[in-house]
Design a protein around this ligand. Structure first.
Ligand SMILES: *Cc1c(COP(=O)(O)O)cnc(C)c1O
Length: 384
């Protein structure tokens, strides 16, 4: 990308960043380069060290997050690499409601003695975060959190972590760089499950880290890249190619998905079969004011608590015809699942919580399907 990248709108960057030079007959898209080895004497050398298709993806994601990106084989591989930065016997602060794979890694590291402690906090409670980061080596934040959709005060918690000398990492999977850019408000590293919104079509598993464009960020980039080479948590070139192709339409997909989610959250909040709706775009949501101040949109994930408990929630997820009962999120197709069906999910997540990943279908079709499933369950509950 030309030096002017920073002056372009994010939507333009998502279309233009990471393209080949405009030489005559150059392809417009970065080629899919399948290579385990390269002719000696250059910068790639070997397929575990570098790949031109990864680089195109990394250039595009870096342009969106305002940092330097590194592609990984999955979101959890990216998180594991970040957690490996923590010194032996170190302390990590993380959200008590976070992606269950992240919580599982922390529990394993703590159980084995690799880290002294994983302090799990409510990241929406800034004072609790300030308290917990005392003496911490790494602060890992999600905002919105998965699947509770709590909103952290990102500038305040990043500042608190940095003041303690902790490496500050923000998992930006739910918001994407189009809705918030954590590096701009003080994060050292942004983590992504590229699998979700960035790739966006339910056909790729991939992760990424992005480091801040600062001396400290550059030092972290070097350590992370070294670990990617050592541990080999590298993406396949085809995954990187698909993810970059998906990112070209991120802004238009997200615009529709967020608009659909806002409309559905409003309708759900008035549905008799729903006890509670969590969506930062709802004026009544505890995270609303903060999200409005620090985000450029409220995202496309909604969590609802279904009246009638676990069984009713399970029935809703089995009764929809358009919405797919499936895990993962951030694709063009709408999916839903009861999160506590996973044994690793935090026990403080209600067992009737259903997480909705809103896609880009027609909103009235989505509503009709969801409304029918909720009504059927509510009627059964009423008649017994
Ligand atoms: C899915 C997810 C991950 C893990 O990513 P994978 O690509 O599945 O390995 C990490 N963080 C968040 C917030 C996620 O939703």
């Amino acid at each position: 990308m030309p030096d002017s990248t920073q002056s372009l709108a994010l939507s333009t960057r998502s279309v233009t960043a990471g393209r080949p030079r405009r030489d005559p007959d150059a392809p417009l898209n970065a080629p899919l380069v399948l290579a385990s080895t390269y002719v000696a004497g250059g910068t790639m050398e070997y397929g575990r060290y570098g790949n031109p298709t990864w680089e195109a993806f990394e250039e595009a994601l870096g342009a969106l997050e305002n940092g330097r990106a590194l592609a990984f084989s999955s979101g959890v591989a990216a998180i594991a690499t970040v957690l490996d930065l923590v010194p032996v016997g170190g302390v990590v602060v993380a959200p008590r409601h976070a992606y269950l794979g992240t919580l599982g890694q922390l529990a394993d590291l703590e159980a084995s003695g690799r880290i002294a402690e994983a302090r799990l906090v409510d990241v929406a409670d800034t004072d609790a975060v300030r308290c917990a980061v005392t003496g911490a080596d790494l602060l890992l934040v999600e905002s919105p959190t998965n699947p509770a959709l709590e909103i952290a005060d990102l500038p305040a918690v990043c500042a608190a972590g940095r003041a303690e000398g902790a490496v500050v990492v923000v998992d930006n999977t739910f918001a994407t760089p189009l809705l918030q850019r954590p590096i701009d408000v003080g994060a050292d590293i942004v983590a992504h499950s590229v699998t979700k919104f960035l790739a966006g079509h339910g056909d790729v598993v991939m992760g990424a880290l992005v480091t801040a464009p600062t001396p400290r960020g550059d030092e972290l980039y070097g350590r992370l890249e070294e670990r990617r080479k050592r541990f080999g948590a590298i993406p396949g070139p085809f995954e990187a190619w698909l993810a970059l192709r998906g990112m070209r339409t991120l802004h238009v997909r997200l615009e529709r998905a967020c608009a659909n989610a806002a409309e559905l959250a409003d309708r759900l909040s008035r549905h008799r079969a729903v006890e509670r709706v969590r969506y930062p775009g709802l004026p009544t949501d505890p995270g609303h004011a903060r999200a409005r101040d620090q985000m450029d949109g409220f995202g496309a994930i909604i969590s609802i608590e279904v009246r009638g408990g676990l069984a009713a929630a399970d029935r809703v997820t089995r009764m929809t015809r358009l919405w797919v009962n499936a895990t993962s999120l951030g694709g063009v197709e709408s999916t839903l699942e009861r999160r506590r069906r996973w044994p690793g999910e935090s026990p403080t997540i209600p067992d009737n919580l259903v997480r909705l990943s809103v896609g880009i279908e027609d909103v009235d079709d989505l509503w009709a399907d969801l409304d029918a499933a909720l009504n059927a369950v509510a009627e059964d509950a009423g008649s017994t």
